[in-house]
Design a protein. Structure first.
Ligand SMILES: Cc1ncc(COP(=O)(O)O)c(C=O)c1O
Length: 475
C-alpha cells in the first residue's frame, strides 16, 4: 500500500508520513482504518521504531490520524468521498502497483516488478503491410467486431490447432490482452462469495480480478510438475470451487512447465468435480530445461466428459505488451456468452492492432526463437551475477518464462523489499503471490533486463542484503 514511498531522499519519517498520507488521499486507507502498531510497522518496513513514532506524530499533528488509549492509531479525517469497496481493494493490490509503476517510477529506481521487454521491431513491417493491404477493406466496415477480427480468429485457431489443440474460429474470442480475457471469463464463472482456486504461488495480477468480483481465493501447492492434483482433490472435496486458474506453461513466478501427465490428471479431476479450468498460456519463452511443451490442458480435457476449459493467452510476452491483443479459446457456446460480456465491456479490441496480430501470429514460432535465445543468455548472465554477489540466494532453474523464484536465506522478502527500495531497486516479495500471504521467504526476480542494468540491480540487491543481515535499519 505504501508503494515505493520509502525510496526517496530526505528523512525516513517524513517519507513514511507522506506515503501514509498519500494512502489516505487515494482512498487505500479510509476513516476508521486501524494503522499497525508502531512496533509492527517498524518491523515490517525495517525501520527504527522512532521513525514510525515520528511519522505517526506528524500525521496526528496534521489531523490525519488519531490515537486512543487501547484502540491504537486510526485514520481520522473522513475522505471527501469514500471509494467503493471494490476500488478500495484494488488500490491495495497489484493494480495499484501497476498504475504507480507505469505512471512513472521515481528517478533512478530500478523496478524489477515487471520483466519489461521492448516491442519486437517486426511489428513495424506488419503494421506497414496492414496499412497498405488491409486498411482499405477495414475502413469499409463499421468498425465494431465484439468477437474479434475474423482473420485474427482464424490465426489464433490455427495457432492452437498446430500446438495440438484442434480449434475452429467459432471457439475464439479476441480480447484486450490476457487481463481482459481473465476478467471476462471471471464474469462468466464467478460471483460474490464464490471460491476460486489458484496455484500457490500464483500470478498476483489475477487476484485483483477475482477479488473485485467478491471471490475468495484458495491456494493449491505445486511441485516440479505443476499444481499438485492430490492437494487439488482435497480442496475440491471440501468446498464448491467456481473456477481453477492455472499457468501450465511457464508458470509465473516459478517458471515450471506442467508435465503432460499432470495436465491429463488435472483435466480429469476438474471434469469429475465439474470445475471449469482457466489455463493461462501467456508465457512462451522456453528456456529448454524440460523438452517439448505438451499440448494445452484443453487438449487433455477433450476426452473427459463434462470438462470445461478456458484457454487464455496474448502476444504480450512473445511480441509486445503494447499490442494489447489477447484471446480466449473455449467451447463455442461459452464464446457466445463471452461475446456479450465483451460487447458490454468495450464493443471490441481495436481492429488495427488485431490486423497486425493476425499478420504476425502465423510466424510466431520463428519470431519467438530470437527472444528465447536472448532470454537464455540473460538467464546465464543474471544467475552468474547472483552466484557471485548473493551466494546464499537459491533457486530452481526455470523451465521457461522471464523470472527467477528465489529463496532467501533466513530473512523475509517483504522486509527485504523495503530495504531494497531504499537502495533504489523494487522487487516483488513472495507473499504477494499467495492469497494468504505465504511464501515470504521468496521473491520474484525477472532476469531479462539488459546486462548493464541487471548488473547494477544485483549490486544494489547485494548492498540491501548486507544491510538486512547486519540488521541495519533506517531512521
Ligand atoms: C501469468 C500472466 N498472464 C498474462 C500476463 C500478461 O497480460 P496481458 O496479456 O494482458 O499483457 C502476465 C503479465 O505479467 C502474466 O504474468
Amino acid at each position: 500500500m505504501l508503494g515505493d514511498g520509502l525510496s526517496g531522499a530526505g528523512a525516513l519519517y517524513r517519507q513514511l508520513a507522506a506515503a501514509l498520507s498519500a494512502a489516505v488521499t487515494s482512498g487505500a486507507l479510509v476513516a476508521g482504518d486501524r494503522l499497525p502498531s508502531e512496533r509492527d510497522l517498524a518491523r515490517a518496513l525495517h525501520v527504527s521504531r522512532a521513525t514510525v513514532v515520528a511519522a505517526y506524530d506528524e500525521l496526528r499533528g496534521r489531523g490525519l490520524v488519531e490515537s486512543r488509549q487501547g484502540s491504537g492509531t486510526r485514520v481520522a479525517a473522513p475522505a471527501s468521498r469514500e471509494p467503493a469497496a471494490v476500488t478500495r481493494r484494488l488500490r491495495r493490490g497489484l493494480s495499484a502497483a501497476a498504475v504507480r509503476r507505469f505512471d512513472g517510477a521515481p528517478e533512478g529506481l530500478i523496478s524489477m516488478r515487471y520483466a519489461l521487454e521492448p516491442g519486437d521491431p517486426r511489428i513495424a513491417s506488419a503494421l506497414a503491410e496492414v496499412v497498405e493491404e488491409d486498411l482499405p477493406a477495414l475502413l469499409d466496415e463499421v468498425g465494431y467486431a465484439p468477437r474479434g477480427l475474423p482473420s485474427l480468429q482464424v490465426a489464433v485457431a490455427d495457432h492452437y490447432t498446430s500446438s495440438g489443440l484442434p480449434t475452429t474460429p467459432a471457439e475464439i474470442l479476441v480480447t484486450t490482452g490476457t487481463h481482459q480475457a481473465v476478467a471476462l471469463v471471471s464474469q462468466l464463472l464467478v460471483e460474490r462469495g464464490s471460491t476460486v482456486a489458484v496455484e500457490s504461488p500464483s500470478w498476483p495480477g489475477c487476484f485483483d480480478t477475482f477479488s473485485a468480483l467478491g471471490a475468495r481465493l484458495v491456494g493449491v501447492p505445486m511441485d516440479d510438475d505443476g499444481i499438485r492434483v492430490d492437494r487439488l482433490r482435497q480442496v475440491l472435496a471440501a468446498e464448491r470451487v467456481a473456477a481453477l486458474f492455472v499457468m501450465p506453461t511457464f508458470h509465473n513466478p516459478t517458471g515450471t512447465l506442467m508435465s503432460a501427465v499432470r495436465r491429463r490428471d488435472l483435466a480429469q479431476t476438474a471434469a469429475e468435480h465439474g470445475v471449469p479450468v482457466v489455463e493461462d498460456l501467456a508465457y512462451s519463452t522456453d528456456l529448454g530445461h524440460r523438452g517439448a511443451i505438451p499440448p494445452p490442458v484443453a487438449a487433455a480435457a477433450a476426452s473427459s466428459a463434462g470438462s470445461r476449459v478456458f484457454t487464455v493467452g496474448s502476444l504480450s510476452k512473445s511480441l509486445w505488451a503494447g499490442l494489447r491483443v489477447g484471446w480466449v479459446r473455449a467451447a463455442a457456446g461459452d464464446i457466445e456468452q463471452l461475446g456479450y460480456l465483451k460487447a458490454g465491456a468495450d464493443m471490441g479490441t481495436p481492429l488495427l492492432d488485431q490486423a497486425v496480430a493476425a499478420r504476425l501470429l502465423p510466424g510466431l514460432p520463428g519470431l519467438a526463437e530470437d527472444r528465447t535465445a536472448v532470454a537464455r543468455e540473460r538467464l546465464e548472465h543474471a544467475t552468474g551475477l547472483l552466484r557471485t554477489h548473493l551466494p546464499a540466494w537459491t533457486w530452481r532453474t526455470p523451465d521457461g518464462g522471464t523470472a527467477l523464484w528465489i529463496r532467501l536465506p533466513g530473512y523475509d522478502a517483504s522486509s527485504f523489499a523495503q530495504v531494497a527500495l531504499r537502495h533504489g531497486v523494487e522487487v516483488t516479495p513472495g507473499r504477494e503471490t499467495d492469497p494468504t500471504g505465504a511464501w515470504d521467504d521468496h521473491l520474484r526476480l525477472p532476469f531479462t533486463f539488459e546486462p548493464a542494468l541487471m548488473a547494477e540491480a544485483v549490486r544494489r540487491l547485494a548492498a540491501a542484503a548486507a544491510d538486512e543481515l547486519t540488521g541495519r535499519s533506517g531512521s
